[in-house]
Design a protein around this ligand. Structure first.
Ligand SMILES: [Zn+2]
Length: 423
């Protein structure tokens, strides 16, 4: 297959991409191909590597309203609601909802997801369900699972044993939630135990960390310290980190260099934290997203996650990582050209680094995984939450969406509308 005349996210235009045996075989201008080679005319539109979600909860997704909705809109009511739901979950329902979400993801060009899976259930029902889903979707979607002690590693009596059992079963990343432990000291202790466990087993770490408006929630400091002490450089991720929004600037000026030294990745979840945080504030209300531009400027790898779609914490969403980038851009006020492009990277290449994906990106020799968007560049893709004209996995087209157009019937100039803008 030959894709003609594509624009790549780095700004190269008029690029042809040859796909052979499921891989990118050649990339350049005016490529030659045998007459029998099927052609796709990209018409100058953006050909991107697939979207990657670095933070999701596939065990809770599409459960909105079960058994009731979150009235206060807070993280804590969401956790309580999830506990009510957990008691009545069945494996069949979990699998069905997760598979449905994976279909939505594929249609939106989202082909790799890191999902946390709650291990605070002695039956490990969700773990078994998502390990099954992981195998089922493997031909078209990479699912990476994080053993997540939702009720607190030390707070929940069987959490540590369950978490180890989940890792034994094949869950591949160590999770945590230090700000939900009963004391700051317990939070720090949970970080130590979990990082040591990851170091022993050679695994990555991704913790829900400081998802709070409390400026004194400083578990990211412990996480970065342990990452450095144990030599886990580049393998540790702090998710949410919303308390950084409320911290003193002086303290942050000391914290960010420690995160840099430990090469800790950061994940912001803009759709979720703009709605969950600041709920105890009067006016002015804090935004409650972590300091994305400052972390990026310091050289820290920052990704954006979707976190939730129609679950106890969030009523909306559809697996569209461009919607995530769009919200992240607004909340962080990342409006320069360079910053808007950085928001696109935050839902593609930055997340691929966080997951440790091999062979990611449109390069010769890599698996032919890509998305053709109805947009002329990355910024326009965010502006339009552009349709995914086609989604390719290992050289096969696995989803198509028709281009968004409208036909106008104006008295003086009947015409059709195309929302892309050719300069
Ligand atoms: Zn989460």
């Amino acid at each position: 297959m030959l894709i003609r005349n594509a624009t790549l996210p780095d700004g190269r235009t008029g690029i042809d991409v040859l796909v052979e045996r499921g891989c990118f075989a050649a990339i350049g201008h005016n490529l030659l191909a045998a007459e029998s080679t099927p052609l796709i005319d990209a018409q100058g539109q953006l050909l991107s590597p697939p979207f990657v979600d670095a933070h999701f909860h596939l065990d809770a997704t599409l459960s909105y309203g079960l058994p009731r909705v979150n009235r206060s809109g807070t993280l804590l009511e969401g956790i309580a609601l999830w506990s009510e739901l957990k008691a009545v979950l069945t494996q069949e329902a979990l699998v069905e909802r997760a598979l449905q979400y994976c279909d939505w993801a594929v249609a939106k060009g989202l082909l790799s997801i890191r999902s946390h899976v709650d291990v605070c259930d002695d039956r490990l029902l969700a773990v078994q369900a998502l390990l099954h889903v992981k195998q089922r979707v493997k031909p078209y979607l990479d699912l990476q699972l994080v053993a997540f002690p939702q009720d607190g590693l030390l707070r929940s009596p069987t959490a540590l044993a369950n978490l180890k059992r989940a890792l034994d079963l094949g869950v591949e990343v160590v999770g945590g939630i230090p700000h939900f432990e009963r004391t700051m000291a317990d939070g720090a202790e949970s970080v130590r135990i979990l990082c040591e466990l990851a170091a022993e087993r050679g695994l990555m770490v991704d913790m829900h960390c400081d998802e709070s408006d409390d400026p004194l929630s400083r578990h990211i400091e412990s996480l970065a310290f342990q990452a450095q002490r144990l030599g886990l450089h580049g393998r540790v991720t702090g998710s949410h980190l919303t308390s950084m929004h409320s911290m003193e600037n002086y303290y942050v000026s000391k914290l960010i260099p420690l995160m840099c030294e430990a090469r800790v990745n950061a994940v912001a979840n803009p759709l979720i934290n703009i709605t969950l945080q600041g709920r105890h504030d009067n006016y002015p209300k804090r935004r409650g997203m972590t300091r994305v531009p400052e972390l990026m400027a310091a050289g820290i790898n920052v990704g954006f996650g979707h976190d939730c779609v129609m679950d106890p914490w969030y009523a909306l969403g559809c697996g569209d990582m461009l919607e995530v980038a769009h919200m992240g851009l607004h909340v962080a006020q990342m409006t320069s050209q360079e910053q808007m492009r950085a928001c696109f990277d935050a839902v593609t290449s930055n997340n691929a680094r966080i997951l440790g994906l091999k062979g990611y990106g449109i390069e010769v020799g890599h698996p032919a995984d890509c998305v053709l968007l109805q947009a002329s560049d990355a910024i326009e893709a965010i502006r339009l939450r552009a349709p995914r004209l086609l989604v390719m996995r290992r050289g096969e087209i696995i989803a198509r969406t028709p281009a968004a157009t409208a036909t106008l019937a104006l008295p003086d100039r009947p015409s059709s509308v195309d929302w892309t803008f050719k300069r």
